[in-house]
Write a protein of this length. Structure first.
Length: 672
C-alpha cells in the first residue's frame, strides 16, 4: 500500500474480485443449469458458503450429476483454471461414491442386500422382484389404457380393414337350398334282437367250470373269474394268483378251445388298462345286432363327431362309434361272406342318418357292379361324379382311374381356398364362410365332406396297379385337412394288394374273419382276425389296441327303404361334380399342355376310333396308310388323352368316348 497507494490497492482488489466472479460463473453455470432443470431449489447460502463442508450446502436429495461434480470438478476457491483435473484436498478426503452422501436420502433398501445375511437377502430379493413385476405390469397397463383407450377393437379393425365381412347379413345356411330336407326315420330300419341281452346261466357256469379245470390241470390257480356277456361273445376275466406267468396262460389257448368245444377262442393277456387276463368265448346262440338299435342309441344320437360311424356293439354291449375325420381313412378286409359288404353299408347308413346333403358327398366305386347300385337313387342328394359320367356309381375301372385322378385336383383346389382364407382345415374354413367372413366373389364356397368308398380294391390293383395306388396314396397323405376321406375294402388281404404305401396311410383298420394268421398280420400287424367266428365279428385297430366288435346288421331292403325315403324329397339339379382330371394325373405325360407332342393325325385318328368304336392299331394303319410304329404312337396318345382304354392283351382296346359330341368336348378341353 506504501508503493501503490490506496487507489492502487482498491483497483487491485476490484480486479481480483472481477476475476473471481468471472471464474466462479464459468465453473458453476452447468451445475446451476442442471439443478434448476430438476425443479429443486438450492439453499440461500449456496453461493456464499465455502467448499470446506459440501454436505451443508443443500438440504434434500442431490442427483447423480451433483455427485459427479463433487468428485470430478473443482470449486472456485482453488484459483486454478477449470481444466485442472486434481481436486482440492477437502474433496479427496470425502468417502467413496458408493457410500451415502446425504443422510436424508433413504438408501436402506439399496444397500440392504450387501449387509444382510443370506436368508434375509433371499427374502428381500423375492419381495422386491414381486413388487417390481406387479408394479411394472400395472404401470404398463395403465399407460396403455391412457394412450389407447380402445386398443383391442382398434387394432383388430386396422388389421382386418381390407378383409371381407358381411356378418350383418346373418349366418349363411348351407342347408337353405334343401331346407325342407328330413333326415331318415329310424323306423325305416328293422329291429332284430330283443331289447335286453339274453343270459344263459347254465352255459356261463359250464364255461367257467371248464376254464378252471383246464387251468388247474396245468397247475395254474386263479383267484377270481368274471363273465361279461355280449351279443355274440362272452368275455371271461380271470385274475391269476401271484407268481403265475402270463405266457403260460396264453399258451393254453388251444387247450381251452378243445375243452369248451368252441371256435374263435381268443386270449387277451393282459387286458389293456386292467390287471386281468381275458378269454373270449363265442356264445352258443349269438344274437343279431340290428342297425336300428345302434342308431337309436343315446351315444350315437348325442354324438358330436363330424362324421360319426356306428360299427356295432362291443363285448360289453356298448355302442361302438368312431369319427371318420379323426381316423382319417379306413382299410377294411376280410374273407368272402364274413360281413365286409354289410360293414360298408353300416358305415354309409350311419353317415346318411347324421349328415345333410349339403354337408356330405360320396364317391362310390363298385367293380362288382351290384353292391352299391342301391345308392343310385340318392345321386342328386349325396353322390359325386365327373361331369361327363352318365352314372354316379363307378363300375368301370377306366372311369375309376379318371375319378381318382380328379380327386387330387379337388384336393389342391380346396387347399388353395384354405390358404386364401388363412385357415388350417375344412372345419375352420366352413365356420369362417358361414359367418360371412369370406367373399364368394373370390371363389369361396361352402365345402362338403367327400367320402370315397371303394369295394373290391384288390381287383382294381390287379388290373391297374400303380395307376390306382398312387392317387390313393396321395389322397390319403394330404386330403384329411380338406375333408376328403377314404374307405377301401378288399377280400384279398395279401401283401401285393395291401402294400406298405397303403398301410402307412391307413392307420384305422377293420378286419373281419380271415383264413390264415398271415392275412391277419397283413391287415392288423397282429394275429386275431383268423380266430373270429364270422357273420360280422370284427376287430378294429387304430394304433396298438384291438377292439372286438359285433358289426351292426343292415339288410339290403333296409338300405333301399332309406335311399327311397331320401330320393322322394327335393334334391339338387345334378350330382356334385368333381373337377376334370388332368391327362397326366396317372403319370402318362403332358399331352394337354404341349400340343407339339401330338401326332398330326391325332385328331383324325380319334374321330375314326370313336366312329367305329374300335380301338385298334391295325385300323389306323389301314385308314391312314402309315407304319406300325407311328400307328402305335398314335394309339398311346389316344390312351393318354382318355379316348381309349389300356391294352388288354389280345382283345381290342375299349373306346371310352361314346360319341362325337363327347369327343368335341374333350377336344375343347385339350385346346384343339
Amino acid at each position: 500500500s506504501a508503493s501503490i497507494g490506496w487507489p492502487g490497492t482498491f483497483l487491485l482488489l476490484l480486479a481480483s474480485l472481477l476475476i473471481f466472479l468471472l471464474f466462479t460463473r464459468l465453473s458453476k453455470r452447468p451445475f446451476f443449469d442442471r439443478w434448476l432443470s430438476t425443479g429443486r431449489k438450492a439453499t440461500p447460502s449456496t453461493t456464499d458458503t465455502s467448499d470446506e463442508n459440501p454436505e451443508s450446502l443443500l438440504d434434500g436429495e442431490v442427483p447423480d450429476e451433483f455427485e459427479e461434480s463433487w468428485t470430478g470438478r473443482t470449486t472456485g476457491d482453488d484459483k486454478t483454471p477449470p481444466a485442472t483435473p486434481s481436486p482440492e484436498p477437502p474433496v479427496s478426503e470425502e468417502p467413496p461414491v458408493a457410500e451415502p452422501i446425504f443422510p436424508s436420502q433413504p438408501l436402506e433398501t439399496t444397500i440392504q442386500p450387501a449387509k444382510s445375511p443370506t436368508t434375509d437377502n433371499n427374502s428381500a430379493a423375492s419381495d422386491v422382484s414381486f413388487e417390481i413385476r406387479v408394479g411394472n405390469e400395472d404401470a404398463i397397463e395403465d399407460e396403455a389404457d391412457d394412450a389407447f383407450p380402445e386398443a383391442g377393437p382398434n387394432l383388430r379393425s386396422k388389421a382386418n380393414e381390407d378383409s371381407y365381412d358381411a356378418s350383418y347379413l346373418g349366418e349363411y345356411d348351407p342347408k337353405l337350398d334343401l331346407s325342407s330336407y328330413k333326415y331318415p326315420d329310424i323306423k325305416l330300419l328293422t329291429q332284430y334282437e330283443s331289447p335286453e341281452t339274453i343270459v344263459n346261466t347254465e352255459e356261463q357256469n359250464s364255461n367257467k367250470r371248464r376254464i378252471q379245470e383246464v387251468l388247474e390241470q396245468f397247475s395254474i390257480r386263479i383267484s377270481s373269474i368274471t363273465a361279461t356277456v355280449g351279443a355274440t361273445v362272452t368275455l371271461y376275466e380271470i385274475i391269476p394268483e401271484p407268481g403265475i406267468r402270463i405266457s403260460r396262460i396264453k399258451s393254453l389257448e388251444n387247450d381251452i378251445a378243445l375243452s369248451l368245444a368252441a371256435l374263435g377262442i381268443r386270449i387277451i393277456a393282459p387286458i389293456p388298462g386292467k390287471g386281468t387276463i381275458g378269454i373270449e368265448v363265442p356264445n352258443r346262440d349269438p344274437q343279431i345286432v340290428s342297425m336300428r338299435s345302434v342308431l337309436s342309441s343315446k351315444k350315437f344320437q348325442e354324438s358330436k363327431y363330424e362324421l360319426p360311424m356306428a360299427l356295432g356293439r362291443t363285448i360289453t354291449n356298448e355302442v361302438f362309434t368312431v369319427d371318420l375325420c379323426k381316423m382319417p381313412h379306413v382299410l377294411v378286409a376280410g374273407a368272402t361272406g364274413q360281413g365286409k359288404s354289410v360293414g360298408l353299408n353300416a358305415m354309409i347308413t350311419s353317415l346318411l342318418y347324421k349328415k345333410h346333403p349339403a354337408e356330405l358327398k360320396f364317391v362310390l366305386v363298385d367293380p362288382k357292379m351290384v353292391e352299391f347300385n342301391i345308392y343310385s337313387a340318392i345321386e342328386k342328394h349325396f353322390l359325386a361324379k365327373l361331369p361327363d359320367d352318365s352314372k354316379a356309381i363307378i363300375t368301370d375301372f377306366t372311369k375309376v382311374i379318371q375319378t381318382l385322378n380328379s380327386l387330387p385336383r379337388e384336393m389342391d383346389d380346396r387347399y388353395n381356398l384354405l390358404m386364401m382364407a388363412n385357415v388350417r382345415n375344412i372345419k375352420e374354413y366352413n365356420t369362417k364362410f358361414v359367418n360371412r367372413h369370406l367373399n364368394p366373389e373370390k371363389g369361396h364356397k361352402f365345402l362338403p365332406y367327400i367320402v370315397v368308398v371303394i369295394d373290391e380294391f384288390g381287383d382294381l390293383i390287379m388290373t391297374a396297379g400303380k395307376e390306382i395306388e398312387m392317387p390313393i396314396a396321395r389322397i390319403a397323405q394330404k386330403a384329411r385337412a380338406v375333408g376328403i376321406h377314404m374307405i377301401i375294402a378288399t377280400q384279398r388281404p395279401t401283401t401285393n394288394i395291401i402294400t406298405g404305401t397303403i398301410k402307412a396311410n391307413f392307420p384305422a383298420r377293420v378286419a373281419f374273419r380271415v383264413i390264415s394268421v398271415t392275412d391277419s398280420r397283413t391287415i392288423l400287424d397282429a394275429s386275431g382276425a383268423n380266430q373270429l367266428i364270422g357273420r360280422g365279428d370284427l376287430l378294429f385297430s387304430q394304433g396298438s389296441d384291438l377292439v372286438r366288435v359285433q358289426c351292426a346288421f343292415v339288410d339290403t331292403p333296409e338300405v333301399i327303404n332309406v335311399t327311397n325315403y331320401i330320393s322322394e324329397q327335393r334334391s339338387y339339379p345334378t350330382a356334385f361334380y368333381l373337377p376334370e382330371p388332368t391327362v397326366d394325373g396317372a403319370g402318362g405325360g403332358n399331352l394337354l399342355s404341349d400340343p407339339g407332342e401330338r401326332d398330326p393325325l391325332f385328331e383324325e385318328a380319334a374321330r375314326l376310333i370313336v366312329i367305329h368304336q374300335q380301338g385298334s392299331t391295325s385300323l389306323i394303319q389301314r385308314k391312314f396308310s402309315i407304319g406300325y410304329n407311328r400307328a402305335g404312337r398314335i394309339v398311346d396318345q389316344l390312351e393318354m388323352a382318355g379316348i381309349i382304354g389300356p391294352n388288354e392283351g389280345s382283345k381290342a382296346r375299349q373306346v371310352l368316348v361314346e360319341d362325337e359330341a363327347q369327343l368335341e368336348n374333350l377336344f375343347a378341353r385339350m385346346g384343339i
